[in-house]
Design a protein around this ligand. Structure first.
Ligand code: GLU
Length: 424
């Protein structure tokens, strides 16, 4: 509970601190700075759902639309007890920067429902999702605001959103609306490679970091926090480079084995048991020991505010590849910088998800179906181009990579506002 309260206090102020630092350094136009420091729309819906035992429960859902100057609002939906308005604001804002860095034609949004999905049945989850989609109504739409998976949401949930949205549209509109949501199951219009996309992007950017530093991933060690979609895919793909996973933490606890944990065996174990705790051959460690574990790479792939004044001094790694959104707070960042630990920032490192969401959206609009190697090749090109833009900007402004990533995004947004002007 303590952790949740702490996150509530500062997650949006983290974004504003990061934003101000970059805006000062690049001398962002003061009018455009005012616009980007605010979210465009904030939708809060309270809706009733009938639970399996016949009881009615009220749920609170959010959709925050930060900015759409570069394209339709885009971003995931999160189901978690700690979802609250400031967190959704922060996550929506990060989405705007992410798409702007990657040069994809999307704005930024995020949403979620404040509840614990692990305490609900499959059918309850379905009714909650459908009722939330219905409550959002035309606040989402294929050319307006396009949700996707995030923490505790998956392809099945996207399929329910699709079905509910289409069911509320006039029959002759339905076939051309399948891009109202991305991260769908393949049969329902999803893209090959979307499932692994965020983890794949984490690995592509880590590979590039290794190449630039002359560092060999073969034999390198890594630790992972969070073993959901992002953490497990990143671990699976890093194994193929010959890197060795030595410690993992998820909601059930933390485990370590300095001789190596096989990510593929761990994935099977987690599917069966629901968490990493008790994985055969590993020993149980505590939260702080995970941070102290000496490794080459640390991949935070869970929630915000994990790398802070308390934990940043403990880390004994060469690079942090941020699979999660906002895992490092600004004080933690300063410590990492002083200690010479490289950070591949979230809005660059985890952009693989939204990039392949863009490919899914394009395939739906064009009635096309792309091969996996085509998706992977295109993802590689886009994310590495983004990586190079950030790298060059960091050199030019002599700043850290997070600030450089912000500058890349803010410059693009500044241009579009200058070209279009402000109505009226
Ligand atoms: N939830 C993911 C993110 O934070 C993906 C968003 C999307 O695909 O729209 O980037």
């Amino acid at each position: 509970m303590k952790k949740i309260e702490k996150r509530e206090l500062n997650v949006y102020s983290n974004v504003i601190r990061q934003f101000n630092k970059a805006a000062d350094l690049m001398k962002l136009d003061s009018d455009i700075r005012k616009i980007l420091a605010k979210t465009n729309n904030e939708i809060v819906v309270n809706f009733p759902v009938k639970m399996d035992d016949g009881r009615i429960e009220m749920f609170t859902g959010y959709r925050v639309q930060h900015n759409n100057a570069l394209g339709p609002y885009k971003g995931g939906l999160r189901y978690h007890p700690a979802v609250y308005i400031d967190e959704v604001r922060a996550l929506a804002t990060w989405m705007t920067w992410k798409s702007a860095i990657m040069n994809i034609p999307f704005g930024g949004a995020k949403g979620g429902i404040q509840f614990d999905p692990t305490k609900c049945s499959f059918n309850e989850l379905q009714r909650i999702t459908r009722r939330f989609t219905f409550a959002l109504g035309n606040n989402i739409g294929p050319e307006y605001d396009i949700p996707a998976p995030d923490v505790n949401t998956n392809a099945q949930i996207m399929a329910w959103i699709l079905d509910t949205y289409l069911s509320t549209q006039p029959p002759h509109e339905r076939q051309r609306c399948s891009h109202v949501v991305t991260g769908k199951p393949i049969e329902a219009g999803g893209s090959l490679g979307r499932d692994k996309a965020t983890g794949q992007g984490v690995v592509f950017t880590t590979e590039q970091w290794a190449k630039d530093k002359g560092f060999d991933l073969n034999g390198a060690t890594y630790t992972v926090q969070g073993f959901g979609n992002v953490g497990s895919w990143a671990a699976h793909l890093l194994k193929q480079h010959g890197a060795q996973l030595i410690a993992v933490e998820d909601v059930t606890g933390a485990i370590a084995n300095l001789k190596g944990i096989d990510p593929d065996e761990l994935i099977k174990y987690v599917e069966k048991t629901g968490g990493v705790k008790g994985f055969p051959g590993s020993k149980q460690i505590d939260h702080m020991t995970l941070f102290k574990t000496k490794a080459d790479i640390f991949i935070p792939a869970a929630l915000e505010n994990q790398i802070t004044v308390e934990t940043a001094p403990l880390l004994d790694v060469k690079v942090i590849a941020e699979g999660a959104n906002g895992p490092t707070d600004p004080d933690g960042d300063e410590i990492l910088q002083k200690r010479g630990i490289d950070v591949i920032p979230d809005i660059l490192c985890n952009a693989g998800g939204v990039i392949v969401s863009y490919f899914e959206w394009l395939q739906n609009k064009r009635s096309e179906f792309w091969e996996l190697n085509e998706v992977d090749k295109k993802l590689y090109r886009l994310i590495i181009n983004g990586y190079e833009r950030v790298c060059d900007t960091a050199k030019k402004f002599k700043c850290d990579w997070r600030t450089a990533a912000y500058i890349v995004a803010l410059k693009r947004l500044e241009h579009v506002y200058k070209e279009r002007g402000i109505f009226p």
